[in-house]
Write a protein that binds this ligand. Structure first.
Ligand code: SF4
Length: 437
C-alpha cells in the first residue's frame, strides 16, 4: 500500500463519500463487485456513476486471459491523471489480477493505493478506513469480512436479478487455467446460508436468481439447492453457471425438466472435441460423456439452450483434433458459444509447455470455429421465429428468455424485472427481435 496520505480522503469528501467499481471478467467477479458495493454502502458510501465523481475507485480484475489483464492494466494506468488532479481519491485494484501481479502493480503503477486479492477484497472498506486513521493494516490483527451472507446490508432493490455465489475457488487444476492459483481451492457455502440469501432477495422483489460458482455443480448440495431455491415464493427463474461437464448427469437434466422455475439453460464448457486434448487439459470427462449428456438434454428438453466454451490452438492440438471440435459443434448445435485462442497463463502447467500451434493457425481455427458456432446459434434461434416468448425485461426494450437469449422488441418499454411477451419476428446468431404482444 502506498502511503500517499498527505491529503486525506475524509478531509476532502462530503458526508457520503462515493465509490465507483469497474468489473472485468466473469459473473463471479460481477457478483463479488456487487457484494463489495453493498459493503461500501453499509459503511455510508454512495455509488458514483462516473469515475471522476468518486472518492474511491475500485477495479475488480480478471486474470483468466492475457487480454483481460492488459485491458485492466491500461485502464488502471489511465487513472494516474485522476490521481494527479485529486490526490485524495483512493485507487484500488482487487480480484484475480491483483493477486497474481501484486508486486508489478505496486512498482509500475504507484498511483494505485490498494492492491487486494480475491480472498481479502471484502475487507477493502475497512482497510481504507484504517489507512485514513493512519493504522497500518499489517500491524493490526486481520479483519475478517468473509464471503458469508450479509443480510443486514443487502439492498438489491435496484436490481431484477440476484447473483448468489454458492462456492468460490476451484481445485480442478485444468492445465491452462489460473483460477485455482488466484482464487484458491473450492470452498462451499452452506446450503442454509444460500437459501436464506435467496429468500431475502425474493422479498426485495427480485424474481430471478443466478447461482454462481466456477464449477457450480460440484457443490455437494447442488441439486437440493436448485430444488429449494426454485420453490422460494416470488422466485420465477433460477439459473446456474458454470457447470463442470464431468459432473452434469442425467438426474440434473431431469430436475431442470421437472422444475418450472429452473431455466432451460445449461452452460457446459466442453473446451475441445478431442479426447487427447481434453486429457492434456486435465479435464476428467470424455467427448462421449459430453455428447451423451448434450443429446439427453436435447431429447428431454428440446427447447433448452446449451452453451459452451472452446479453446482453439491448445498445445499439441492437431488439425484432426480441431476437426473433432467442429464435429461436436455441428452435432450439438450450441445456442451460444464463447470461443478463445489459447494463450499461456503464468503459473499454470500448460505454461511450461511449448505453445506450438502457430498464431496464424490459431487464428484460422478460431475463425472456422466462430463460423460454425454462429451458424448453429442462428439455426437454434430461428426455431423461435413466429413464436410468442416470455421475456424478463432488463429495462427498456430488451430482456432475456428463460434460455438466456437476448431479445429486442418494438413497442412499449418495460421496467427491469417486468415480464413481457414478445412475438419473435427475426433471428440473428446472437439475438432475436420482435414486437411486444
Ligand atoms: S474447472 Fe478448470 S477451467 Fe474451470 S475454473 Fe476450475 S481449473 Fe479453471
Amino acid at each position: 500500500m502506498n502511503k500517499s496520505n498527505d491529503v486525506s480522503l475524509s478531509s476532502l469528501r462530503t458526508r457520503h463519500p462515493k465509490v465507483y467499481i469497474k468489473t472485468f471478467g466473469c459473473q463471479m467477479n460481477k457478483a463479488d463487485s456487487r457484494r463489495l458495493e453493498e459493503i461500501f454502502i453499509s459503511k455510508g458510501y454512495k455509488t458514483a456513476d462516473m469515475v471522476w465523481d468518486a472518492d474511491v475507485v475500485v477495479f475488480n480484475t480478471c486474470s483468466v486471459r492475457e487480454h483481460a489483464e492488459n485491458k485492466a492494466l491500461s485502464n488502471i494506468g489511465s487513472l494516474k491523471v485522476l490521481k494527479d488532479k485529486n490526490p485524495a481519491v483512493r485507487i484500488c485494484v482487487v480480484g484475480c489480477m491483483a493477486q497474481r501481479m501484486q508486486k508489478e502493480i505496486r512498482t509500475s503503477l504507484p498511483h494505485v493505493d490498494f492492491v487486494v486479492g480475491p480472498s481479502k477484497m471484502f475487507e477493502l472498506p475497512i482497510l481504507i478506513e484504517r489507512n485514513e486513521k493512519g493504522i497500518h493494516p499489517d500491524t493490526e490483527e486481520t479483519v475478517k469480512v468473509f464471503y458469508e451472507y450479509l443480510p443486514d446490508i443487502i439492498d438489491n432493490k435496484r436490481e431484477y436479478s440476484g447473483y448468489v455465489p454458492i462456492m468460490k475457488g476451484c481445485g480442478n487444476f485444468c492445465s491452462y487455467c489460473i483460477v485455482p492459483y488466484v482464487r484458491g481451492r473450492e470452498q462451499y457455502r452452506p446450503k442454509e446460508e444460500v437459501l436464506a440469501e435467496c429468500a431475502v432477495l425474493a422479498k426485495t422483489g427480485i424474481n430471478e436468481i443466478m447461482l454462481l460458482g466456477q464449477t457450480v455443480n460440484s457443490h455437494p448440495d447442488f441439486k437440493s439447492i436448485l430444488r429449494e431455491t426454485a420453490a422460494i415464493k416470488g422466485i420465477k427463474r433460477v439459473r446456474f453457471v458454470t457447470s463442470y461437464p464431468g459432473k452434469v448427469d442425467r438426474e440434473l437434466v431431469d430436475i431442470v425438466r421437472d422444475t418450472p422455475a429452473l431455466c432451460n439453460y445449461f452452460h457446459i464448457p466442453v473446451q475441445s472435441g478431442s479426447d487427447d486434448v481434453l486429457k492434456r487439459m486435465n479435464r476428467d470427462y470424455t467427448t462421449d460423456y459430453f455428447m451423451d449428456i448434450a443429446m439427453y438434454i436435447r431429447k428431454q428438453i428440446p427447447a433448452a439452450a446449451i452453451s459452451s466454451d472452446f479453446i482453439a490452438g491448445f498445445p499439441g492440438e492437431t488439425d484432426r483434433d480441431f476437426e473433432k471440435t467442429l464435429d461436436i459443434v455441428k452435432k450439438v448445435r450450441f445456442d451460444q458459444s464463447f470461443t478463445f485462442k489459447y494463450s499461456p497463463r503464468p503459473m499454470t502447467r500448460a505454461y511450461e509447455w511449448e505453445d506450438d500451434v502457430p498464431l496464424e493457425v490459431k487464428k484460422e481455427r478460431l475463425a472456422r470455429l466462430n463460423e460454425a458456432c454462429s451458424d448453429a446459434a442462428q439455426e437454434r434461434n430461428a426455431l423461435l421465429v413466429g413464436k410468442k416468448v416470455e421475456i424478463l425485461s432488463e429495462g427498456g426494450n430488451s430482456g432475456r428468455t428463460g434460455e438466456y437469449k437476448i431479445v429486442f422488441w418494438e413497442g412499449d418499454p418495460a421496467e427491469p424485472g417486468a415480464e413481457v411477451e414478445v412475438d419473435i419476428k427475426k433471428a440473428l446468431p446472437h439475438s432475436l427481435t420482435g414486437r411486444r404482444a
